[in-house]
Design a protein around this ligand. Structure first.
Ligand code: CO
Ligand code: ZN
Length: 332
């Protein structure tokens, strides 16, 4: 699975600029789908039809986009000022590298700071692409970039930028490959856009599909590093079944079903209560007349930094759990 993970996490895909990620995923899922389409926003919708009567519509969402930056101004000396795409913390910037869609690499610098313990806001950082003036700068206002960092596998631990949420995309792709030829429900795998700027792609897709059941695949935080937040999720302890986050309280029947399937299949798992953050499960839950929504989370350290770290055993467990849930009748 590491080759697939590497190709997806190293691809370019800040929110609103997901084309390259979609181009990678589409040929991988087409052999396992009955229908593949792309909507106006850019969501990739992969349908696998039910075999039985009166199937439920189940939407599975994993977002293709990642956080990043966008050039707002090119100075006369050829430096770029920029704004954030999604949740970018100023403490993650200085000395980092970004890459634009055309391959241009930039180094992030900051204005002089006399107080060495203070961190400048985003607006006092700049990107240096090696230009010497506005005229020879290859980047234009409105160009987006992602944080540049190669994928590294060290034992079970996998580190890269954009594990949030390419690892969810990997789980969806792997599950599609492993699902039996006939499934009891109409499955809509949605590789969504613009999650990091407010779950916008999944909202549009859910309002089109009007699912009965919605399952998001996304990363969650952990409480297992020094002086971490109080949170019981640990890296390596298996996929996390979300009970709540700040945007959604998961459907209790769906949570119960996920636990039951995990126990039946002998999949090590954990329960998740997340204080902040949300996922594509939220717009699915409240789309149209509403649906039974939940989320299978992949524990991840250092979320929204260029070194998001997951554990390969949790990824495998998430695939197994999703397959177990989708292969069997869902009665809530
Ligand atoms: Co995120
Ligand atoms: Zn995410």
């Amino acid at each position: 699975m590491n080759d697939l993970i590497r190709s997806l996490v190293e691809a370019f895909g800040p929110s609103g600029f997901e084309d390259a990620v979609r181009d990678l995923i589409r040929p991988l899922v087409e052999p396992h789908a009955d229908e593949v389409s792309v909507d106006a926003m850019g969501n990739l919708i992969v349908r696998k039809r039910a075999a039985g009567e009166n199937p439920l519509k189940v939407m599975i969402a994993a977002h293709m986009d990642e956080i990043g930056v966008m050039a707002t101004h090119v100075t006369a000396e050829g430096f770029l000022r920029f704004t954030n795409i999604g949740g970018v913390g100023p403490h993650t910037l200085l000395g980092g590298r970004v890459r634009f869609a055309d391959g241009t690499l930039g180094v992030i610098g900051a204005d002089r700071n006399d107080d060495r313990s203070a961190i400048h806001p985003l607006s006092k950082h700049f990107i240096d692409v090696g230009a010497t003036s506005r005229d020879d700068c290859p980047v234009r206002v409105g160009d987006a970039a992602h944080f540049e960092r190669p994928f590294v596998a060290q034992g079970h631990r996998l580190t890269a930028k954009s594990m949030d949420d390419r690892i969810g995309c990997v789980v969806a792709i792997e599950a599609l490959r492993r699902l039996p030829a006939t499934v009891p429900h109409d499955l809509y795998f949605v590789f969504s856009v613009q999650e990091e700027v407010g779950t916008r792609g999944a909202e549009a897709a859910a309002n089109r599909i009007l699912p009965d059941v919605g399952i998001a695949l996304d990363v969650t935080l952990t409480g297992d590093v020094p002086e971490a937040r109080s949170m019981s999720v640990r890296l390596g302890d298996g996929p996390a079944i979300k009970v709540r986050d700040s945007g959604m309280i998961a459907h209790t029947g769906l949570v119960r079903l996920m636990r039951q399937r995990a126990e039946e299949a002998g999949i090590t798992h954990q329960m998740e209560v997340l204080d902040g953050g949300s996922t594509d499960a939220r717009p699915m839950q409240v789309a149209g007349p509403g649906c039974a929504a939940g989320c299978i989370s992949i524990p991840c350290r250092y979320v929204h930094t260029p070194s998001e770290t997951v554990d390969a055993r949790d990824v495998e467990g998430a695939v197994q759990l999703l397959v177990a849930v989708l292969s069997n009748p869902i009665e809530l």
